[in-house]
Write a protein that binds this ligand. Structure first.
Ligand code: GLA
Length: 366
């Protein structure tokens, strides 16, 4: 049986932190690291998933007819995709798939979405399913919400599917309309992992989500997307709920301003808004950590860096810094050396440009 190979990248959230499940706006990009999967159909109905970890092959099998249940490991992401496709009526039978990744897990760069998206592209090709990209993203999000048990929004899956080289992805999470915007020349991104992994399967993410919905209810709107700073100033909300709302409302405003600034190529102003976003994470949303704060402040005082913030869910993971391309190397080295000296943790630096989204690398012609 012919083999199909697909690649799905990780993503970097440029601005718009926790706005997705509040029906707000996000700016993100695909990055040139991700998950590659090669697979083929099996006519015996079995599902065999494998990957190599530290020189050892991990192999996982589901027998024909066996019902799919989460096992709280990496296989939940591909199996979740199988589950939602079958639930939606698509004829996904047995198959085998081998995954490899150059995307660090737990770094806040969406290795989970890359696993889901690579799987859904593979299965679409193997079982003749033809769906628009946004529907694929929604199914992957559903897999994560209902099978893995993380109530994430749609940012990660859309960013992995819709990225384009040298362009940022602008997503309106209410309408799910997606657009891309040219990224200014001469700048690149530094993704710096704190060396302290995050675990979104923990309770903080879902707790923030509930607090945001409580804030919307307190403001009398369906979602925080529908609120603005004036409404917040006039409302009498408990302190925590008010700060959560301030973060989301501020992020939505910053995304819309950044979209304009990107179009006019105003890199320093984009950098300042990224740094404002981090400050709001730190004080209002409380999803930063001392390690991320240290990395951000070191980045902000490094020559060539225009701004920096945590990226993704928070509570660990990575920061993103906007940096002049010709200073990127030196800046990354200086930040990581000083971080290691002060924290004792090793920071891993990835310098990257904005990359293309997920694609089928090769497959049989149907
Ligand atoms: C994680 C989630 C996304 C989004 C970000 C925060 O990456 O998976 O849906 O909520 O956090 O913006």
């Amino acid at each position: 049986m012919s083999t199909v190979t697909c690649f799905a990248p990780g993503r970097v959230e440029l601005l718009g932190n926790h706005t997705d499940y509040n029906e707000g706006y996000v700016l993100s990009a695909s990055i040139p690291y991700g998950v590659k999967v090669s697979g083929s159909r099996r006519e015996d109905g079995r599902i065999i998933l494998s990957t190599e970890l530290k020189g050892e092959i991990l192999r996982f099998e589901v027998a024909a007819g066996e019902s799919l249940a989460p096992r709280h490991e990496w296989t939940d992401y591909p199996l979740g995709v199988v589950h939602v496709l079958r639930e939606a009526g698509y004829p996904v039978g047995g198959f085998e798939a081998t995954f490899s990744s150059d995307l660090p897990a737990g770094a806040g760069l969406s290795s989970s979405a890359a696993l889901e998206v690579s799987t859904i592209l593979l299965l679409s090709k193997l079982f003749g399913i033809s769906l628009p990209g946004i529907e694929l993203a929604k199914l992957c999000r559903r897999a994560e919400n209902t099978f893995v048990g993380v109530q994430c929004g749609i940012l990660d899956q859309v960013s992995s599917l819709f990225g384009r080289r040298d362009r940022a992805v602008f997503l309106d999470c209410r309408t799910t309309s997606v657009d891309t915007i040219a990224f200014p020349h001469g700048v690149s991104l530094l993704l710096i992992q704190s060396g302290v992994p995050h675990a979104l399967v923990g309770g903080e993410y879902n707790e923030r989500r509930e607090q945001c919905h409580a804030a919307a209810a307190g403001l009398g709107v369906p979602f925080l997307r529908d609120a603005d700073s004036a409404m917040l100033a006039a409302a009498d909300l408990p302190d925590i709920v008010r700060r959560r709302a301030a973060h989301i409302i501020g992020e939505n405003e910053r995304v819309l301003r950044t979209r304009e600034l990107l179009l006019s190529g105003n890199v320093p102003a984009v950098g300042r808004l990224m740094s404002d976003s981090h400050e709001s994470s730190r004080l209002n949303f409380e999803n930063s950590t001392p390690s991320l704060d240290l990395l951000v402040s070191l980045a902000q005082s490094t020559p060539g860096v225009h701004g920096a913030r945590l990226t993704g869910g928070g509570f660990g993971g990575a920061i993103v810094a906007l940096v002049s391309r010709d200073s990127a190397n030196a800046a990354g080295a200086a930040i990581s050396a000083e971080y290691e000296r002060r924290s004792g943790h090793h920071a891993k630096v990835l310098e990257c440009d904005l990359a293309d989204g997920a694609l089928v690398l090769n497959g049989f012609s149907a």
